[in-house]
Design a protein around this ligand. Sequence first.
Ligand SMILES: [Zn+2]
Length: 288
Amino acid sequence: MTDAYLSPHLPFNRERLGADFVPAKQGGKPPEHAGHWLVVQDQGLLVESAGETFRLPEGTLPAQLEGRVTEPMWLGTWRGTPCWVTSLPKGEAAPPGLSRETLVPMAGTKLPDDLLSLGGMSMQYIWWESTSGHCPRCGAATTRIEGEWGKVCPGCKYEHYPHLHPAVIILIRDNDRVLLARKSIWAPGRYALIAGFVDNGESLEGCVHREVEEEVGVHVKNIQYVGSQNWPFPSQLMVGFVVDYAGGEIRVDHEELEDARWFPRTELPMRPSRHSIAGGIIERYARL
Ligand SMILES: [Zn+2]
């Protein structure tokens, strides 16, 4: 890897698609509902098998989905073809020729990075549509702002746009060892990074210091930004940092974590999926 930051290498980031993808609001609306179909079902995508990998259904909406899916939304253009996003209710059977593959890295997704990135954006817009139908101030039904994903309230004129929630994720290094932590809900033996949401009034660096001190009780310094990942479960923006240990003994916050400990860089435990920024940071920065 030659980029300074991890971001272009991570699925769920739009730049992972490169110039192949042009978001919808930058162009005119395509004439009809035909193109690539991103049919989301819960946290999965309906796809066709293509040898060792998968591809999106293409053309008009598969006939057996007519009347069973939500109104298609134009996501953008991928490889010169419009992409349409729709959703099938959880539990309904996929039509013949299509199978539901999970988009969730920790559930062992087998989808390639381009379909994860398109599918992640699709999930986020479906989430946005399902949560933005009414004004959060006065409760009136909202309408879409022309050419945007945003919504406006016809009553009080309040405008709002897709909500992203920034969170920091942090690797702590100290010479030949790194500090990793685990939650009890994770697979046995799997360790990852300290992470937490940014609070009102807080800078990213302030959040790094607070989360590390709250969760593991140590002090850190030399905060270095290493990349970010848009995480569509449902709408986080994970901002990744590598920091140096500056003192203090580990004191685990058992409300948040099951365990946290130092690992020699040469003996790392089972790690997060390579599809996540946690996996990317550990891969690039923990073993050096
Ligand atoms: Zn309103």
